[in-house]
Unconditional design. Structure first.
Length: 262
């Protein structure tokens, strides 16, 4: 049996991960339901909040569309990342991962392929949402450097949720349960500063909204897009994303080894 050097093992892992990424992208492109949910649903949510609820919301000196777009982006990104759980659980249920185990590929490539595809898909979706938002009146007052910050923070957020979603998909016993486990991804943005200022909430709910992970990410993204100060929200956002990503990565690795052990 040939022993590979560390550099060769790393190269092989990268190549296998690229193969798994290509597979997952092809699956997404060949699934009409996934394409509709990926592109149409975020736009529908944006239009609903702007045109249905926007007239009743008072968010201070800014227009509601300028206020709500960062929250819509993260809501849609969280929804998109949650599909990683269902995709991975489906692979386990269909037995394709058992076939992968008989092949000379790096085990980590399966997880890396799912997570990377999620990040790419959700960044593209977010770009579409921002484009539609600009077309209907969103006017960010930012510069190229802050746009890079927005893209970087969004990628961190999706990366973190995708790893956590992968862990939940491995924890679930079937795709239906995996879909239910990720409900929290859809719930948290509603109890944050995404759609209304947290100051308008009851005291007990205000405390939760201020101290949950989504709020600092939204406040940071809103500040970057609108050119307003972000205070300590940026540090908190990076810490939350890093912690969630690390926890999801470790949990996914442990659960994957357990689910695929002989």
């Amino acid at each position: 049996m040939t022993t590979l050097s560390p550099a060769q093992r790393t190269l092989r892992t990268v190549q296998d991960s690229a193969t798994m990424l290509d597979r997952n992208i092809r699956h997404t492109l060949r699934s009409p339901d996934t394409m509709i949910m990926t592109i149409a649903l975020p736009v529908i949510i944006l239009l609903m909040f702007v045109y249905v609820f926007g007239g009743a919301m008072d968010v201070g000196p800014v227009t509601y569309i300028d206020y709500v777009v960062p929250g819509i982006i993260l809501l849609c990104a969280g929804f998109g990342a949650s599909t990683t759980a269902v995709s991975l659980s489906t692979d386990l249920a269909d037995g394709i991962i058992d076939r992968f185990r008989t092949m000379a590929i790096a085990r980590s490539a399966v997880l890396t392929g799912h997570v990377t595809e999620s990040v790419i898909r959700n960044l593209i979706t977010s770009g579409i949402v921002i484009g539609v938002a600009v077309a209907i009146g969103f006017r960010p007052t930012t510069d190229p450097l802050r746009w890079l910050g927005v893209a970087g923070l969004l990628a961190m957020f999706v990366f973190a949720l995708s790893w956590l979603s992968a862990a939940l998909g491995l924890l679930a016993r079937n795709p239906e349960a995996a879909n239910g486990f990720t409900f929290v991804f859809m719930f948290l943005p509603y109890v944050s500063s995404a759609f209304v200022p947290t100051e308008s909430m009851p005291v007990w709910l205000h405390w939760f909204a201020e101290n949950q992970p989504v709020t600092p990410v939204i406040e940071t993204m809103r500040g970057l897009l609108m050119g307003t100060p972000i205070g300590h929200s940026g540090v908190l956002a990076v810490l939350w994303c890093s912690g969630i990503a690390l926890a999801g990565y470790v949990a996914a690795g442990v659960l994957f080894r357990r689910r695929t052990s002989v």
